[in-house]
Design a protein around this ligand. Sequence first.
Ligand code: G3H
Ligand code: 13P
Ligand code: ZN
Length: 311
Amino acid sequence: MPLVTTKEMFRKAYDGGYAVGAFNVNNMEIIQGITEAAKELNAPLILQVSSGARRYASHAYLIKLVEAALVETDLPIALHLDHGDTFELCKSCIDGGFTSVMIDGSHHSYEDNVKLTKQVVEYAHAHGVVVEAELGRLAGIEDAVNVSEEDASYTNPEQVVDFVGRTGCDSLAIAIGTSHGAYKFKPGQKPQLRFDILAEIEKKLPNFPIVLHGASSVIPEYVAMINQHGGNMPDAIGIPEEMLRQAARSAVCKINIDSDLRLAMTGTIRKYFSENPSHFDPRQYLGPARAAIKGMVAHKIKNVLGCDGKA
Ligand code: G3H
Ligand code: 13P
Ligand code: ZN
């Protein structure tokens, strides 16, 4: 099956009360681990590439790896640009075969965000590609851009109808208290999300797919594994799974996960080396890391996103 856009996936997810996982990919083992889990569970999938990932692995390698995954799985897979920050970057991904792009104008003023998003939407739609936009600003780190808690802001529900109407975007990432990275809440702080804001947005934008960034749970098992094997991560707190399940039942159709992939991979590799300090064949430690990613993604698909059997 060729790459698909997220249009049909989101319509089914909205109606079915589940969400599709959008997993960040940087190399072959990550792509294999994610896609093997989705294949076993017959789940639709979004593979997303940040500009940093594209610089690291190169566009050509990532496209070919994803093409290989399509052949191996025969699943509906969308290839998405995560946090595109310029028209030129979005255009380059659209021209290069991506089926979905995010234009993240959330760091700009409202009017500049509208203008930039509209420009990307016009080009994308003319090429059969869908666009995710962002309104509100998440805290955390993405591609070396560090948004402090003071600079983060919740999405204003009063703006969403105007924003979607004027830009023509196909889905909207909102800020309701999630954040990027492994340190989403302060030690001792109770994780909380503004489900009231989500409900208001859902009311104002019926049948419109909403996206949740910064949605890793920061799985404690992997943080512990890192720290038991020579790591020194401070207390890391993510989004509780029950909250993500609740979001997935609502208008949230896409849930972004990167940090949990990184933790699963790094924890597994650290454990491997502490147990096998003399080994040096990359297959010996990348194989278990790939298997850990597969297990973690399968857990998300079944127990958090609810998209198993929905391909
Ligand atoms: O939201 C950002 C993603 O976790 C991607 O991270 O920009 O370091 O590749 P990255
Ligand atoms: P996490 O850091 O919570 O995995 O969020 C990833 C993300 O939102 C990618 O866009
Ligand atoms: Zn993000």
